[in-house]
Ligand binder design. Sequence first.
Ligand SMILES: Cc1cc2nc3c(=O)[nH]c(=O)nc-3n(C[C@H](O)[C@H](O)[C@H](O)COP(=O)(O)OP(=O)(O)OC[C@H]3O[C@@H](n4cnc5c(N)ncnc54)[C@H](O)[C@@H]3O)c2cc1C
Length: 426
Amino acid sequence: MATIAVMGAGIGGISQVYELKKELGKDHDIVLVGDSDRFEFTPSNPWVAVGTRTEDQIVIDLPDLMKKYGIRFDGQGVKRLHPDHKTLEMNDGTVIAYDYLVIATGPKLAFEEVEGLGPHGGYTKSICKTGHAADSYFEFEKLVANPGPVVVGAAPFASCFGPAYEYALILDTELKKRKVRDKVPMYFVTPEPYIGHLGLDGVGDTKSLLESELRDRHIKWVTNAKITNVEEGKIHFTEVDEDGNDKKQHEQEFVHAMILPAFKGVDAVAGIEGLTNPRDFILIDDYQRNPKYQNIYSVGVCVAIPPVSATPVATGAPKTGYMIESMVTATTHNIAAAIEGKEPSTQATWNAVCLADFGDGGVAFVALPQIPPRNTNWASKGKWVHVAKIAYEKYFLHKVRAAKTEPYYEKMVLKMAGAVRLKESI
Ligand SMILES: Cc1cc2nc3c(=O)[nH]c(=O)nc-3n(C[C@H](O)[C@H](O)[C@H](O)COP(=O)(O)OP(=O)(O)OC[C@H]3O[C@@H](n4cnc5c(N)ncnc54)[C@H](O)[C@@H]3O)c2cc1C
């Protein structure tokens, strides 16, 4: 009997344990290792931040659920991975031994890279964690009561721009509903070289689609922006030219700001020679497997992927839900093969498929493959995206509660989008 530990109980980790359980059955021991007792459905965080969802609606308690499906669970959090000993040292001092490990720890939110950034002692809010979004909702209500300027955007080295656009546009929609939008000047500040780049060098016509959306909603933007520091009520950033030289210094006053931080790998794996890259993302081969520690696999945001294109201010490539699910399926097949003594042979496609909600509509895109030129390079705007995003939330939460394993996007969204079917990944 092999023990397979999955580190991180987010979108990647939860999908991974269910797939492994289905593939390996009762013959092997599967353990899910989180850093709390809960699963958070991160894509709904922008709704929590404006009060259209409560924290309880998108969080699922894990201990009893995992017990029900015969999966061991430990929510103490990994303090340090010891790959040479095949052990996880937990925050409570206990040790979990494994034969195979899947690292699915998502990002470390590197607020500390910009002075004054972030919800822990800084002056900007975040929607990256559900708790951050719930905390930001209090500030949203204060904004409605005392309207003033708003800044939304991302710091250098951010790699997930969709949620910043979503938050800006959802906020615009909600402020209109509250009849105070006319008293709220809004600014979008991003390291992307152009609006709609998304860390993917654009998908289909996301440049025009998102520019026109921001224009229509009177949201002014600055691209190639390097946020340098934040003080109470004021954000400082440098706009650079296409060669990365300083072009203009900006300062913008705000009463509410939500800035996505740089992403890094988590502390529990930081600096492990051969396992991580300089920003502590997990190095993997074509089979989601670490080249040095061949019993370690990785899926999701914590995986090292090179940027799609070099940009004047550093940006990273996003890892979206469908891409993560394709990594999970490949990993399941490869671990099952390794247990049988075979070489892994399954590769994920890493296609980028995403729904960005605006509260009253949205943009969907499909980038296949991620790096241009692409076989499918499609984006579309419409009210149906808002409906599809709600369906995605309901479906994924149901899938977690019911231990289902089908990827949502392939089953539903691509059909609704009328997009060309994705090349089979596995
Ligand atoms: C606000 C937001 C909205 C998004 N919306 C979408 C969307 O609509 N569609 C889409 O396709 N993608 C979206 N994404 C991108 C991506 O799908 C999500 O970020 C997704 O949650 C990533 O899954 P993951 O499993 O890699 O990481 P996570 O979901 O972040 O899960 C990682 C888990 O590991 C835990 N962990 C970290 N360190 C340790 C440790 N030492 N020990 C144990 N556990 C640990 C974390 O607490 C977390 O629970 C969004 C991202 C954000 C931030």
